[in-house]
Write a protein that binds this ligand. Structure first.
Ligand code: GLU
Length: 452
């Protein structure tokens, strides 16, 4: 008898936990997917026989390496870098690079696993990967960041390539870092290829790539509301974060009629009851990107707002919550507060912002709840479009790319509806829909390849 016939969800998770000690984020990400997939494959023995989920939850490879660099005082500093290549069944590995002091193998394995499903959902041919280093760019000079990026790429270049693995940005990695890494890759390999996305438009980047993750989240939210005959107009929206994703989610949600009243960073949140309109957002953008300032500065510029230190913004009454900061930023207690305040929709701009408890509460309450792998897939989708433009050696106009983004987000929404509609009801379980649709595409490609 095949061994797989005996395996149920709890045994599967016990094995995963045992094989990945000290990696709670990775275990959490797999658990969230496995809950839906075990249900989906219970009458589909071929996925069991070929151990598809077991194989998906074992990265193709985890590369870890030393990154040495010299700070401005002449001290030699040593960081650890990684690239986790999770699965390339449907296309070259693809996923961002994160620079943050808390980056570790567990975080990058969870992100690479999530990315595999997210990329499949976009409908574009991209496998899943993630990389990064425990390097904190905050407070570092431009030249320190440059030396770090060059050293990081001096090792990473062996493992990436336009047809192999195409990294991009993530937390702590934006246009500046991508520029330094691309420059170093070009220099070492003496080739100009589309090895990274999120590039500057001068050297092969796509218009709208910077905005895409946040804009896509806004579009996805509007699509979800439509299923209940609602629109953003007249709804109060609480957003966490104040980086690239948060700013552009706020911009699109405001354009679509929502009233965005909060933004945050690790120091606390600002609450502006009148709304963070386009003018105020432009100010935040320049502060956060060019001056790398803190969100608390907002209240000096706009005194009608208040700054609340040391807390996330979920206590502010709202109709819609859009977490755009980082993983596990919204706990079970936060979810209870949001639900108690009548929150009707949650769209994840960041990856796995809700703890497992918070996610279960949102699911049970049957509110509109979109997981990051669906709601924030716009970023990697436009990365996919950047790859296409690089291969064709052309660049598309801003409105062309944005229209493609709108189309991709609504296709992702359709896929979630197809696999997520709860039998006999009108309720759509977007978590299940995203997990099953992403899984099915990758799994069927893996079946086609046999056991490899
Ligand atoms: N880091 C982004 C994400 O979480 C984008 C990845 C990419 O564009 O490759 O999806």
């Amino acid at each position: 008898m095949a061994i797989t016939e005996h395996v149920d969800l709890s045994k599967f998770m016990a094995g995963l936990q045992k094989r990945n000690p000290g990696q709670p984020e990775f275990v959490q990400a797999v658990q969230e997917v496995a809950e839906d997939i075990f249900e989906f494959i219970k009458d589909k023995s071929v996925y069991h026989e070929y151990q598809i989920l077991r194989r998906l939850a074992e990265p193709d490879r985890v590369i870890s390496f030393r990154v040495c660099w010299e700070d401005d005082e002449g001290n030699i500093r040593v960081q650890r870098g990684w690239r986790v290549q999770n699965n390339n069944a449907i296309g070259p590995y693809k996923g961002g690079i994160r620079f943050h002091s808390a980056v570790d193998e567990s975080t990058l394995k969870f992100l690479a696993f999530e990315q595999t499903f997210k990329n499949a959902l976009t409908g574009l041919p991209m496998g899943g990967a993630k990389g990064g280093a425990n390097f904190n760019p905050r407070g570092k000079s431009d030249h320190e960041v440059m030396r770090f990026c060059q050293s990081f790429m001096t090792e990473l270049y062996r493992h990436v390539g336009a047809d192999v693995d195409v990294p991009a940005g993530d937390i702590g990695v934006g246009a500046r870092e991508i520029g330094y890494m691309f420059g170093q890759h070009k220099r070492i390999t003496n080739s100009f290829t589309g090895v990274l996305t999120g590039k500057g438009v001068e050297y092969g980047g796509s218009l709208i790539r910077t905005e895409a993750t946040g804009y896509g989240t806004g579009y996805f939210l509007a699509d979800m509301l439509k299923t209940r005959g609602l629109q953003l107009d007249g709804h109060t929206v609480v957003i966490s974060g104040s980086g690239n994703v948060a700013i552009h989610a706020a911009e699109k949600i405001t354009q679509l009629g929502g009233l965005v009243v909060t933004l945050s960073d690790s120091g606390g949140f600002i609450h502006d009851p009148k709304g963070i309109d386009a003018g105020k957002l432009a100010w935040v953008k320049s502060q956060k990107t060019r001056k790398r300032g803190r969100i608390s500065d907002y209240v000096r510029e706009f005194p009608e707002a208040e700054f609340i230190a040391g807390r996330p913004p979920w206590c502010v009454p709202c109709d819609i919550a859009v977490p755009c900061a980082t993983q596990n930023e919204l706990t079970g207690d936060d979810a209870r507060v949001l639900l108690g305040n009548g929150c009707l929709a949650v769209a994840e701009g960041s990856n796995m912002p809700c703890t497992l408890e918070a996610a279960h509460l949102f699911k049970a309450a049957e509110i509109l709840y979109a997981p990051g792998k669906a709601a924030n897939a716009g970023g990697v989708a436009v990365s996919g479009l950047e790859i296409s433009q690089n291969v064709a050696r052309m660049s598309w106009k801003q409105n062309e790319v944005e229209q493609l983004l709108v189309g991709i987000m609504s296709e992702i929404h359709d896929r979630c509806v197809e696999y997520g509609r709860r039998a006999g009801t009108n309720h759509i379980d977007y978590v299940r829909g995203a997990n099953v649709a992403g899984f099915k595409k990758v799994a069927d490609a893996m079946l086609a390849f046999g056991v490899v």
